[in-house]
Design a protein around this ligand. Structure first.
Ligand code: PEP
Ligand code: MN
Length: 341
């Protein structure tokens, strides 16, 4: 860590800070300028006490971290890209782009089966659908709960698709894990650390959405909770963050995709549906996501978006989803991730 002292700190004050750095187990290397002194404190920050308390000292202007706060999700140490296998399908690490698609919410057997059949035919391998829905208003459709999970399991049996669905609360963990192949942790829960630990311990792969106002470091630290709880099978999912813009529901942060790919070895999935909240932009967002190195897409598809019980404005109908698959093909080719189906 680097400790920056205030301008013109007297020698006695500098010595006091240096002694405290030593007391905390670091080796201090002071660099004294005419006006200001900085102290490089050498020691493994992950095994020593934090020097950040020094910011409360009257002599200290700032304390800067040198090492990353996350140890397991980092690429440092030349860790190879993580590949996650979901019911035999390998995702990440240069594998073909993975298509996850399905309705925002599971609404009925007919709605789910119609969608499952269509997205499978188009080339998706994973069916999405919320059975427990995080809704802003308590008066909006909250999801079918267990009935929705059973329908998802039925769709897996019938169409051979893997299932991703949201785990909303710790209390439902065992039930959701019984039906899901991937547990989705939603944007509103991505810093619910107890839920993350519980989800990780099921042993199922976990897809971690980025929270609405989460910095990239916070997102990666939330992923660190999952890995630190013994689960290496974590997907990061960029789904847009809240900004001042009103033309889109959220601002899909494609730079976060590139950064997550550079910083971590985890597969990165892009959700353009929550990301921009507009069906007419989803295809364009997918092209960008593939160019940024995304390992998969999570797209909302509904047989009749105008009748959807949630997020109708952003769901693609079946013909638009077919068009998406066709239009992204040269992009997956160019990125070296062509789909095999
Ligand atoms: C969803 O996928 O339907 C959803 C609610 O996502 P998010 O948590 O990103 O808002
Ligand atoms: Mn949705």
């Amino acid at each position: 860590m680097i400790v920056v002292l205030k301008p013109h700190t007297p020698t006695g004050g500098i010595d006091r800070v240096i002694r405290e750095i030593e007391r905390l187990g670091y080796k201090p290397h002071p660099v004294c300028g005419d006006i200001q002194t900085i102290v490089a404190a050498i020691g493994d920050e992950t095994t020593h006490g934090s020097l950040e308390t020094l910011t409360a000292w009257p002599e200290v202007e700032s304390v800067m971290r040198v090492q990353k706060r996350y140890k397991l999700v980092t690429r440092e140490g030349d860790r190879p890209d993580t590949t996650i296998t979901v019911r035999g399908q390998k995702i990440g690490a240069g594998q073909p782009l993975c298509l996850m698609a399905g309705p925002c919410s599971v609404e009925s057997e007919t709605q789910l089966m119609t969608t499952a059949e269509a997205v499978k035919k188009a080339g998706a391998t994973i069916l999405r659908g919320g059975a427990f829905k995080p809704r802003t208003s308590p008066y909006e459709f909250q999801g079918l709960g267990e009935k929705g999970l059973k329908l998802l399991s039925k769709a897996r049996d019938e169409f051979g698709l893997s299932i991703i669905t949201e785990l909303l609360s710790e209390a439902d963990t065992d039930l959701v894990a019984e039906h899901a192949d991937i547990l989705q942790i939603g944007a509103r829960n991505s810093q619910n650390f107890q839920l993350l630990i519980r989800a990780a311990k099921t042993g199922k792969p976990v897809l971690l959405k980025r929270g609405l106002s989460m910095r990239i470091e916070e997102w990666l630290l939330a992923a660190e909770y999952l890995l630190a709880s013994g689960n290496p099978n974590v997907f990061l999912c960029e789904r847009g963050i809240r900004t001042f813009e009103t033309y889109t529901r959220n601002t899909l942060d494609l730079s976060a995709v590139a950064i997550a790919k550079k910083e971590t070895h985890l597969p990165v999935i892009v959700d353009p549906s929550q990301g921009c909240g507009r069906a007419d932009l989803v295809i364009e967002m997918c092209k960008g996501a593939i160019a940024m190195g995304a390992d998969g897409l999570l797209v909302e598809v509904h047989p009749n978006p105008s009748q959807a019980w949630s997020d109708g404005q952003q769901q693609l109908d079946v013909s638009l989803f077919n068009e998406l698959v066709r239009v992204i093909s040269p992009f997956t080719q160019a990125a070296g991730r062509p789909q095999t189906t």
